[in-house]
Design a protein around this ligand. Structure first.
Ligand code: PLP
Length: 426
């Protein structure tokens, strides 16, 4: 098969005509499909409905330390929930605080607290002239939205298959005291599905920040989200690596059960050093008299332990895997060898990243929309919504049914071809 780059102008014009005809056919079908939503499918949510059966009005609502989970108190979270979340993150229960229903809120609050009250006694960030965050790209749009919201300057750091470009990270963090943080999704990253290598984790742990209040925001939201039983990525435990490197305080780790039980109705936790947690506890006691321990208890009754979570994640994977594989098959069948796009083949997480020819992503997203397929906006996975090379598209295969996904992927490849031909003819 000839790549598009090898085609003559005549051949490209011919290809364009036939692609346009096929595109018009899809437009006539009045499709309404969506590959933008990184959320669990209805089938996955149905599969965890039995979590609602583990408690009823006759349940004994007492945690293992004798605490009544219906009442105020136990700010850290009930001990068994701390242990469960610690096991999930691969750290110790003493490093963990269990919060409310979502980890993004903890991240927001962590940035917000640093702005108003500083970090463990440092000057509040709002009193400093300039605050910067490093943002591995492409990344999670809601991370970038938080830092943008607080007026924090964001610096793009290119991602590799092993994690962020660590030479750049070290250069910034170790020399610029206005760099106060970095957003990381270290396992099955959003949106590429990459996993940070051991070397990357160790280089993070060994950073020598110019700012004493620099922190790594280690969002381990896909820590147990494997697609394949026999090919599960391993990620080093950042907390113990930082301890070993003599840097126990430079990281906050976050995780939740949002895509394990119910999205936005799970339990969320943070892991960090004692010094960091003690500082956070001080403002926590102002913010709340206690998080939802009934939900923590419900999750404990449901899962019992980490093995319970792993078993449920296997069931999620059985639903998600065919979707990821179908998208990959269609992309391979339709685009391989054409030289107009590459894509990731993640072993876990919720997303595939597609890279078009430079300058084509916006056009692909627009064309797909006009044929009834909503994709995540081009630029969304970048700070300020701007993809400098306009070439990254995040594909979210989880939510549609298999049949919807097949049609959506077929429209997508057609739009990629059409946008590429138009680009090459410019
Ligand atoms: N972090 C990442 C990287 C995500 O992709 C998502 C959801 O898509 C979240 C956090 C949201 O997690 P939570 O529901 O715990 O706020």
């Amino acid at each position: 098969m000839k790549s598009y780059q090898e085609m003559s102008k005549e051949e490209l014009l011919q290809e364009k005509e036939s692609l346009k005809a096929a595109y018009k056919e899809y437009q006539k079908m009045d499709l309404s499909l969506n590959m933008a939503r990184g959320k669990p499918a209805v089938e996955q949510l149905d599969m965890v409905m039995d979590i609602l059966d583990v408690l009823d009005s006759k349940s004994e609502m007492v945690a293992e330390n004798g605490i009544d989970v219906r009442n105020y108190g136990e700010m850290d979270g009930i001990p068994e929930a701390k242990k469960l979340m610690a096991d999930m993150m691969g750290t110790k229960a003493e490093n963990v605080l269990v919060f409310g229903n979502a980890s993004l809120t903890i991240m927001y609050d962590t940035v917000s607290r640093s702005m108003t009250h500083g970090v463990c006694g440092s000057t509040p960030w709002c009193h400093l002239d300039k605050i910067k965050f490093l943002c591995p790209v492409p990344g999670y749009d809601r991370h970038f939205a938080i830092t943008e919201h607080f007026g924090i300057e964001m610096i793009n750091i290119p991602m590799t298959e092993d994690g962020p470009d660590m030479d750049m990270v070290e250069q910034y963090v170790n020399n610029d005291p206005s760099v106060k943080g970095i957003w990381c999704v270290p396992k099955y990253s959003n949106p590429q599905g990459y996993v940070y290598s051991d070397e990357t984790v160790k280089r993070f742990a060994a950073l020598k920040p110019a700012a004493e209040d620099f922190r790594i925001f280690w969002d381990n939201s896909y820590v147990v989200h494997h697609l394949y039983e026999d090919r599960q990525a391993e990620l080093l435990d950042i907390i113990s690596e930082c301890e070993k490197a003599g840097n126990p305080d430079i990281v906050y780790e976050f995780a939740s059960t949002s895509k394990v039980t119910f999205a936005g109705a799970g339990i969320a936790a943070m892991a960090s050093s004692k010094k960091n947690l003690d500082f956070i506890r001080k403002s926590m006691t102002i913010q709340t008299i206690g998080y939802d321990k009934v939900n923590q208890y419900r999750h404990i009754k449901y899962f019992k332990d980490l093995d319970g979570i792993k078993a449920k994640m296997k069931q999620h994977a059985d639903i998600l895997r065919p979707k990821f594989e179908m998208v990959d098959e269609i992309l391979t069948k339709e685009l391989e060898g054409l030289g107009i796009g590459t894509w990731t083949k993640p072993l876990g997480g919720y997303f595939i990243t597609f890279e078009t020819l430079e300058g084509c992503a916006t056009s692909v997203v627009k064309k797909a929309k006009e044929a009834g397929v909503v994709l995540t906006g081009a630029g969304a996975p970048f700070p300020y919504g701007t993809d400098p090379r306009d070439f990254v598209i995040r594909i979210a295969p989880s939510y549609p049914t298999l049949e919807e996904l097949r049609q959506a992927a077929e429209v997508f490849v057609l739009c990629v071809k059409l946008a590429s031909v138009e680009k090459l003819l410019e």
